[in-house]
Design a protein around this ligand. Structure first.
Ligand SMILES: NC(=O)c1ccc[n+]([C@@H]2O[C@H](COP(=O)([O-])OP(=O)(O)OC[C@H]3O[C@@H](n4cnc5c(N)ncnc54)[C@H](O)[C@@H]3O)[C@@H](O)[C@H]2O)c1
Length: 366
């Protein structure tokens, strides 16, 4: 690509201004063509990062001469905004959860394939050196056939889901206001811990394992909040593996995020822990890998994904660890969990109704 990547951004709130925009603004090969948002701070954001234009109207943003769009809006807007961009042939970075329903998730994956565009969901942990090494070990087949999975996550995010969202700014600050509570705390707009955080642990699980959920029994509990703070599920995966999932929004401030995956196969076990920085793969034949991971390396950061998105577009990289397929498998699990929970914990099929088509997993990375 000879010219710079012309980026448009929709959603210019806390996360976009604290994480994505500084990263893009620092790159020589990116032209920040335009920004779209609602609210009074938009012009200040345009000026801070040097966007070419600012608008409240998404169609006006898409009418600019763009190569790609970065979508960092409230959860329920991701699907329609991504569809509009993909259908114009634009590459898209779509914030998690990429959609709220399985059907919308696979709809995006289908459109991305048909349009031949790049799609990246910025799941930061999928780009850490230690998780990439874990992925490499799993891909070499050292687990054998996966029979059982544990997938746990906990986060210091009570304020985000139940209180004053400005609290999160002690972790990631920006010049704009803290997140709009409606982004995180509205049941109708995909608020809650499952869509907000289990999306990360499940996306890491599905990327690492290549599993796909088949049926789910789940319960969630809200505590004093309007949305789920605690999630528990029993999952059956395609191929018969059994799994348990837990999520909790209420770690004390300053505690590291917990993502604890344990994957039990016919030939060995993988244990991956972000809190205490562990990746171990131990095989029944005695071969063992215990990675040396620098302390602090498990802490959440999302530096690589926006950079990788640009590198995919320019051709500087071909490795996408969080493509539309991984994102859709995460969405369909959470959709089924929340449907099961709404039905009192009854077992529900992940593929149901008209969305129940067979999709092929495809590996984008070498
Ligand atoms: N990948 C990660 O690690 C990570 C971390 C934090 C947040 N996020 C995600 O980023 C997204 C944004 O979260 P946030 O905390 O910044 O929220 P926020 O409430 O601070 O920002 C939302 C933005 O969307 C804009 N917006 C709302 N309605 C709009 C509309 N109709 N048209 C155009 N723009 C509109 C608002 O003006 C605002 O700029 C969410 O999907 C969230 O889950 C991802």
């Amino acid at each position: 690509m000879s010219r710079r990547v012309r980026l448009g951004a929709v959603g210019a709130g806390w996360w976009a201004t604290s994480n994505h925009f500084p990263i893009f603004a620092a790159r020589e090969d990116v032209d920040l063509a335009g920004v779209c948002g609602i609210g009074s701070e938009l012009e200040a954001v345009r000026e801070q990062f040097g966007f070419g234009m600012a608008t409240n109207d998404y169609d006006e943003l898409l009418d600019q001469d763009l190569d790609a769009v970065v979508i960092s809006t409230p959860h329920d807007l991701h699907h329609p905004q991504a569809v509009a961009a993909i259908d114009r042939g634009l590459h898209v970075l779509v914030e998690k959860p990429v959609t709220l329903t399985a059907e919308q998730g696979w709809d995006l994956a289908d459109r991305v394939r048909a349009a031949g565009v790049h799609f990246l969901a910025p799941y930061g942990w999928n780009y850490k050196p230690f998780t990439i090494e874990a992925k490499r070990l799993v891909a070499e087949g050292h687990l054998g056939e996966i029979q059982h999975v544990l997938c746990h996550m906990a986060s210091p995010t009570l304020g985000l889901f139940a209180g004053d969202t400005n609290h999160i700014r002690s972790l990631w600050d920006s010049k704009t206001s803290g997140p709009d509570p409606r982004t995180w705390q509205s049941p109708a707009r995909g608020g809650g811990y499952a869509h907000g955080q289990v999306t990360h642990s499940s996306a890491m699980l599905f990327w690492l394992s290549e599993l796909r959920a088949a049926s789910v029994m789940a319960k969630v509990s809200n505590g004093q909040a309007a949305v789920d703070l605690f999630d528990a599920a029993v999952i059956t995966f395609d191929g018969g593996a059994l799994g348990s999932l837990s999520g909790a929004a209420t770690l004390p401030d300053g505690d590291p995020y917990q993502v604890d995956l344990r994957i039990f196969g016919t030939e060995g076990v993988l244990m991956l822990d972000t809190e205490r920085e562990r990746v171990s793969l131990h095989r029944y034949d005695g071969r063992r890998w215990d990675l040396d991971i620098p302390p602090g390396e498990g802490a959440y950061e999302c530096i690589v994904p926006p950079n990788r998105f640009v590198d995919l577009i320019t051709g500087a990289s071909t490795e996408n660890n969080s493509d539309a397929d991984v994102a859709a498998r995460s969405v369909e699990l959470i959709d089924a969990m929340l449907r099961s929970a709404a039905a009192g914990g009854a077992e529900v099929a992940v593929r149901h109704g008209v969305g129940a088509r067979q999709h092929h997993h495809h590996e984008e990375s070498a």
